[in-house]
Design a protein around this ligand. Structure first.
Ligand code: NAG
Ligand code: NAG
Ligand code: NAG
Ligand code: NAG
Ligand code: NAG
Ligand code: NAG
Length: 231
C-alpha cells in the first residue's frame, strides 16, 4: 500500500470508529440469543452466580454480559428450559465461559457447534448428549440427574492426545474449542501444508494473472473484430 493510500485507509477507519467511541452511553450490543426464550437468568445457578459475583458483569435476558468491554461480550448464557431441539447459531456467545443448555429436548450437537469457544470452562447439557469433543476433551465430566456437566476445557494442542501430531511441520497448533484445533502456518511459511517458505508472492501471482488476462482479451478482441468485419 502506498503512503497516500494508507493515509486514506487510516482516515476511513477513524471515521468509521468515531460514532462508536464518541457515544459511550449508547454502546450496548443487542444479542438475539439473550432473548431467545422467556425469563431471566436464574439465581443460584452457575451462570447466575457468576454474574452476581462480579460487578463488571451485568444481566441481559438469559445472558451475562461484560459491561466495560466493547462490544460487551457474552460471558455466561443460560438457555435452560428453552424448548431447543437443536444447537444452532450460538456464535454470538463464542467468548462465553459458562453455557447452560440443560432441560432442552436436544437430539444431537454437531461437531462444530462449539468451534471457536476457547474460553468455555463449563457446559451443562441434557443427559442424552455427550460433551462436545468427547469426555477426554474435558477435565471433569459429571452426570447429575438429567444433566451432564462438562467442566474445564482441555487444550487440545497439549498432551498426549492424537491431535498433537496432527498439524504439519512448519505450522503451529492453536486450540479452537472443545476437542478442536487449528493449524496456522508458522511465520514465513504458507500454502498447502505450509510447505512454501517466504512471503506469499503477491506481485508475481497477480502480475502473471493480469498479463494473461490482457493477452487473452487482446486476442479475443482481434479475432471477434475480424469475424464481425467479414459479415
Ligand atoms: C436474583 O437476585 C437478584 C438480587 O440478588 C434480584 O435482583 C433478582 O430479581 C433475582 N432474580 C430472580 C430471577 O430471582
Ligand atoms: C470480573 O470479571 C472481569 C472480566 O470478566 C475479570 O477480568 C475480573 O478478574 C473479574 N473479577 C473477579 C473478582 O472475579
Ligand atoms: C419451562 O418452560 C415452560 C414453557 O416456557 C414453562 O411453562 C415451565 O413453567 C418452565 N419450567 C419451569 C420449571 O420453570
Ligand atoms: C443429528 O442426527 C441425525 C441422525 O443421526 C443426523 O442426520 C443429523 O445430521 C444430526 N444433526 C447434527 C446437527 O449433527
Ligand atoms: C462420559 O462421562 C460420563 C460421566 O462420567 C459417562 O456417563 C459417559 O458414559 C461417558 N461417555 C463415554 C463415551 O465414555
Ligand atoms: C498441558 O499439560 C500439562 C500436563 O498434562 C499441564 O500441566 C499443563 O497445565 C497443560 N497446559 C495447558 C495450557 O493446558
Amino acid at each position: 500500500m502506498g503512503k497516500g493510500a494508507r493515509r486514506v485507509f487510516l482516515v476511513g477507519i477513524i471515521v468509521l470508529l468515531f460514532p462508536i467511541c464518541a457515544v459511550p452511553g449508547n454502546s450496548q450490543t443487542v444479542y438475539k440469543v439473550c432473548s431467545r426464550c422467556e425469563g431471566d437468568l436464574r439465581n443460584g445457578t452457575a451462570v447466575g452466580d457468576l454474574c452476581r459475583s462480579n460487578s463488571s458483569l451485568e444481566r441481559e435476558g438469559r445472558c451475562c454480559l461484560q459491561k466495560q468491554a466493547l462490544p460487551s461480550p457474552i460471558i455466561g448464557l443460560d438457555l435452560w428450559n428453552c424448548s431447543l431441539t437443536q444447537v444452532e447459531d450460538l456464535h454470538e456467545a463464542s467468548a462465553a465461559v459458562i453455557i447452560d443448555l440443560s432441560d432442552n429436548p436436544l437430539m444431537n450437537i454437531s461437531e462444530s457447534a462449539f468451534q471457536g469457544f476457547t474460553s468455555l470452562r463449563y457446559l451443562a447439557l441434557p443427559s442424552n448428549l455427550e460433551c462436545p469433543g468427547g469426555n477426554t476433551s474435558w477435565e471433569h465430566v459429571e452426570l447429575i440427574g438429567e444433566t451432564v456437566m462438562c467442566e474445564g476445557q482441555k487444550n487440545a494442542c497439549n498432551g498426549t492426545e492424537v491431535v498433537s501430531w496432527f498439524c504439519p511441520e512448519n505450522s503451529l497448533c492453536k486450540p479452537d474449542g472443545p476437542g478442536l484445533i487449528q493449524c496456522n502456518c508458522a511465520e514465513n511459511f504458507h500454502g498447502y501444508k505450509c510447505l512454501r517458505e517466504g512471503m506469499f508472492p503477491m506481485l508475481k501471482v497477480f502480475g502473471i494473472l493480469g498479463v494473461a488476462t490482457v493477452l487473452v482479451s487482446a486476442v479475443l478482441w482481434f479475432t471477434q473484430r475480424r469475424k464481425a468485419k467479414s459479415f
